[in-house]
Write a protein that binds this ligand. Structure first.
Ligand SMILES: Nc1nc2c(c(=O)[nH]1)N[C@H]1C(S)=C(S)[C@@H](COP(=O)(O)O)O[C@H]1N2
Ligand SMILES: [Mo]
Length: 153
């Protein structure tokens, strides 16, 4: 048994949140896990089929208390989500895309990929509705949640 193991990757949930938090993959297992069997296409690698498990992004993000009035759909509809990978790859989602009263997309923060725990490399975003794999951001280092306002508004 090796004593030298990589420290677990931590994901920083920050932005317009009342309770920003740093989470390891182990801590992501506190939420109920869903299972997603997905197929997506990659421009360089072709079609890929994978099985992911993990909590819903909206459940994890909700516990960080985004700074909107949770009872007002119009207020929730303003928020964006940016997901960053360790290699600089990043993608955006919107809050209404994953909100149960809007697009209701079952986006996951994976804790396993094809049965393999992701503790060392970090969580991966799972966007089951996407035909393309680009938003399946792996080795997530941070997630920003907030109401972006273009500079000219
Ligand atoms: N961190 C990170 N995640 C990423 C990417 C990347 O370059 N960096 N590529 C995306 C793309 S384009 C695809 S198709 C899927 C699967 O890519 P893979 O086959 O290289 O794993 O991961 C996505 N997640
Ligand atoms: Mo890709």
């Amino acid at each position: 048994m090796s004593r030298i193991t990589a420290p677990p990757r931590t994901l920083r949930l920050y932005g317009d949140l009342e309770r920003p938090v740093d989470l390891t993959v182990a801590q992501l297992r506190r939420w109920p896990a869903q299972r997603a069997e997905v197929v997506f296409d990659c421009a360089t690698n072709g079609a890929q089929r994978h099985v992911f498990t993990g909590p819903l992004l909206r459940d994890v993000a909700a516990e960080a208390h985004p700074a909107f009035d949770v009872h007002r759909r119009k207020d929730r509809s303003r928020f964006l989500i940016a997901v960053f990978g360790g290699d600089g790859h990043r993608s955006v989602l919107s809050w209404p895309e994953i909100d149960a009263e809007f697009g209701n997309s079952p986006v996951l923060l994976a804790t396993t990929l094809d049965g393999r725990p992701l503790d060392a490399e970090g969580s991966q975003l799972v966007v089951p509705g996407d035909a393309c794999g680009a938003r399946y951001v792996s080795a997530i280092t941070s997630i920003w949640v907030g109401a972006y306002l273009p500079p000219d508004r």
